[in-house]
Design a protein around this ligand. Sequence first.
Ligand SMILES: Nc1ncnc2c1ncn2[C@@H]1O[C@H](COP(=O)(O)OP(=O)(O)OP(=O)(O)O)[C@@H](O)[C@H]1O
Ligand SMILES: [Mg+2]
Length: 233
Amino acid sequence: MAQVIISAQHLSHKIKRDHQDVTLLRSINVDILQGEQVAITGRSGSGKSTLLGILATLDQASEGELWVCGEAAHALNEEQRAGLRQKTIGFVFQSFQLLPHLTALENVMLPLRLKAHFNYTQAEAKAIQLLDQVGLLKQKDQTPKVLSGGEQQRVAIARALVTSPQIIFADEPTGNLDEHTAKDIEKLLFDLNKDLGVTLVLVTHHLELAKRCQKHYVLHEGELKPFQREVFA
Ligand SMILES: Nc1ncnc2c1ncn2[C@@H]1O[C@H](COP(=O)(O)OP(=O)(O)OP(=O)(O)O)[C@@H](O)[C@H]1O
Ligand SMILES: [Mg+2]
């Protein structure tokens, strides 16, 4: 029986809009199991990125509990959450978010350079291994501006994986890519899920991609529900 790796219990989140409190997320309950592929879809503005950021401990919900790898993330301060994140979570953004003045290799090494027990040589070796895994070893000394969008996203995926996280969160990871390149990146994410057993939680507008995942939730009017074809067809 797979272990629960992320557990959200009664997560609610309010934001300020025109000086008014607006409830964006309403009492969300979800368990994500180790090694699972989970997709979250929903209309633009429904709160998908906000929810993903909260589940990944980048942001904190207004109310409720969030358990990450058995730790009570809701009870941690920002520094403690950063520590938990470093140990357990990798994040991939739609816009790649690579540092422009660093090479692909240096970008991938960066999370390890922040870890005290990794020296330069160890970080370099691990980053090279990951760049090889995402098929980008030849471009390791290039800076992002000379890489294509798909190549930049591969670097970003290698960077997310370099700390050996148990969970990868990806917010529209193929949103800025052409159809063909998007398919390549999708395949890479699913292969990594299969080969490394890393849990995959992704937000996407592509129903086809969402349907390939073992679980598919829809965020609608603040509530997260299992996708039901008849409701959204
Ligand atoms: N910190 C914040 N303060 C105020 N408003 C916010 C904040 N974070 C998000 N919002 C608002 O909450 C709503 C949901 O935003 P979010 O980015 O989570 O939506 P989304 O479902 O990811 O949309 P998209 O599909 O377009 O990426 C938006 O109206 C956004 O402007
Ligand atoms: Mg979004």
